[in-house]
Design a protein around this ligand. Structure first.
Ligand code: AVI
Length: 341
């Protein structure tokens, strides 16, 4: 790693309010075909050993509301720790970025995190990328009203499969892209897939572009497990809600209450494993298909990897980034990495 910077506090930046006006050019998948065959993917996962549901299915409208509530929980440290690092080190990070960038917000959601950066970054364009096409268009349009001088585009992409952002970018030499991937979502990929994903971004970034990415760092087991098993049961509801998504998308007849939420840190693999464990014998049907879960059988719903700074730095190097910096908090619980080729 070229640089690990210590924590220091600076005031949060004020977000500029601006009049209504935007230029949004949504990109749709050709012929409006869904980006994946969701029902087939769910069916394959339920038949697998052990049964699994891809974590992207956690984020329907209800799941997004529950996830936002998770981010406010006392137990869930990543969101507020990342926010504190951003606030403390924004000026230093911005100084490390090239001029006249295209700000590419990967998994932009409601664009809230970029909203804090854009007043400080020399950005000529904003591209918000997310899996939910209609939602992302609406949110990017709302962002555009705050930054009327800057073209704001929305783009639909599913990071769990192949994606190609090339068509969304303009002159890479004049306007190097900054790929912004906050929230430690990279931890929901396996390490191999995370490296492949970051390498693909590196290729899209070109010689002058960069990747600004967050990763949750390894710490004591209790702190990590509490973050995924809060006292109010919000994470449990978020986890069980995925069974309702299955019922809607695949036509299963899950009763969410038949499954218990579980989140355990696997020290060997370095990840929180989130599962739904059958409380009793459960027969689930969809169409002519079905599966019986015996009491204690589990469905894996999410892995959340926790890395040491050195591990994540090594992954960035493996992905082809030769210039790398990290900013962290006083307890070194969370890392913000800036990487360039
Ligand atoms: C989105 N992602 C980074 C969250 C995490 O911490 O892995 C998802 C989450 N799952 C349960 N709580 C939060």
């Amino acid at each position: 790693m070229t640089n690990i910077r210590p924590y220091s506090l600076t005031p949060a930046a004020a977000v500029a309010a601006a009049p209504e006006k935007t230029a949004v050019q949504p990109r749709r998948h050709p012929e409006g075909v869904p980006l994946d065959n969701r029902a087939a993917e769910l069916a394959a996962g339920l038949q697998a050993e052990p049964a699994r549901i891809d974590p992207k299915f956690l984020y329907d409208a209800q799941g997004c509301v529950l996830f936002n509530a998770i981010c406010e929980l006392e137990e869930y440290y990543p969101t507020r720790t990342e926010r504190a690092i951003f606030e403390a080190h924004r000026a230093a990070i911005v100084r490390s970025l090239p001029a006249s960038v295209q700000w590419v917000d990967l998994g932009c959601g409601d664009c809230a995190k970029s909203r804090d950066w854009l007043p400080h970054v020399d950005a000529c364009r904003y591209v918000g990328v997310d899996i939910a096409a209609d939602w992302v268009r609406r949110e990017v349009a709302a962002l555009g009203r705050h930054f009327p001088q800057m073209p704001c585009e929305a783009m639909e992409a599913d990071f769990s499969g192949e994606f190609d952002l090339h068509g969304a970018l303009v002159d890479l030499h004049e306007h190097p892209p900054v790929f912004f991937y906050p929230g430690s979502s990279i931890g929901n990929f396996s390490p191999g897939r995370a490296v492949a994903f970051m390498a693909a971004i590196g290729r899209e970034a070109g010689a002058r572009g960069c990747l600004l990415i967050s990763a949750d760092l390894r710490k004591d087991r209790q702190t990590m497990e509490r973050a995924y098993a809060d006292d109010l049961g919000v994470t449990a509801a978020f986890n069980r809600n995925v069974l309702r998504v299955c019922n809607r998308v695949l036509g299963t007849d899950f009763q969410p209450a038949d499954f218990a939420h579980e989140a355990i840190f696997d020290a060997e693999r370095g990840r929180i494993e989130m599962r739904l464990r059958a409380r009793k014998r459960v027969r689930v049907r969809w169409g002519a298909m079905g599966r019986t879960f015996q009491p204690g059988d589990a469905i894996v719903t999410e892995h959340s990897y926790k890395y040491t700074p050195e591990q994540f730095d090594g992954m960035l190097a493996e992905a082809g980034f030769s210039v790398r910096s990290m900013w962290t908090d006083p307890r070194a619980w969370f890392g913000v990495f800036l990487a360039q080729r």
